[in-house]
Ligand binder design. Sequence first.
Ligand code: SAH
Length: 221
Amino acid sequence: MIQADGAPDREQLMQLVFALRQNGVRDPRVLDAIEKTPRHLFVDRAFRDRAYEDIPLPIACGQTISQPSVVGVMTQALAPTPRCKVLEVGCGSGYQAAILARLARRVYAIERHRALARQAAERIAALDLSNVSVKAGDGALGWPEQAPFDRIMVTCAAEDPPALLLRQLREGGIMVLPVGQSDDVQHLIRITKTPQGLDYHELMPVRFVPLLEGVPEGDAP
Ligand code: SAH
């Protein structure tokens, strides 16, 4: 049963956790963070009754909120700890950033659409998560003032891992991102920065919106 305000009941949450487990998400901290994050508050009212299904949904500016099981797989692969400073590129609805906020010390999130960035910041603040900073801008440039980061998650697809982001990753740090052309098969990869160089690990095929350069027209400062 969907409740009037879109909040999930036990049955819906159990089904969501089942879908996450089926996709290999087993880390109890990740499952707990997802269970505690009200996804219905990150989607448009029209889609609230579908917010706890394991599907991506449209958000403003022609973008999408990722499928919960993909959020789970990416968060688990990123392995954030309570001491980590995390950068997210492609903040979109703010859902992924809210989940990271429960697992890390500090989250910096960048979104190229100003309207999305503003809305994400409001939603995250409404959940009393005070360790997230959201800014509008081109995330491919990273957030040099706050670098280096212990973890970097990119939730839009580039052909290759952006060089500036790799540079802003601390040694020993982990970056998770989809790579590949936008209309083609993309792969989720995990990169670990070791003293010997970058270590690549392929996780699964995925489909993300593309990482675009610059900010949209009309959004420029
Ligand atoms: N993590 C988001 C998923 C959003 S979809 C969520 O939980 O809802 C990916 C987002 O990446 C889109 O909102 C898109 O506008 C944004 N994006 C694409 N290229 C970008 C760039 N260069 N810098 C910052 N954001 C970018």
